[in-house]
Ligand binder design. Sequence first.
Ligand code: CU
Length: 64
Amino acid sequence: MIRFTLPDMSCGHCVGVLNQTLIELDPDCELEFDLLNHVISVESRCTREQLTEALTEAGYPPAS
Ligand SMILES: [Cu+2]
């Protein structure tokens, strides 16, 4: 699992956008959303760098 803190992920709409973004990048990825703590956990064949780029392009640059 790769964990990211996404300060801008604040509601169900954000979760929907992020879900779609990451599924498009890797249809086989597994995602866990912790909305309260603004944390997303990703199980994917993609690298952290690839995921960071996709998240940033979607408007949710990871803080960590
Ligand atoms: Cu939102």
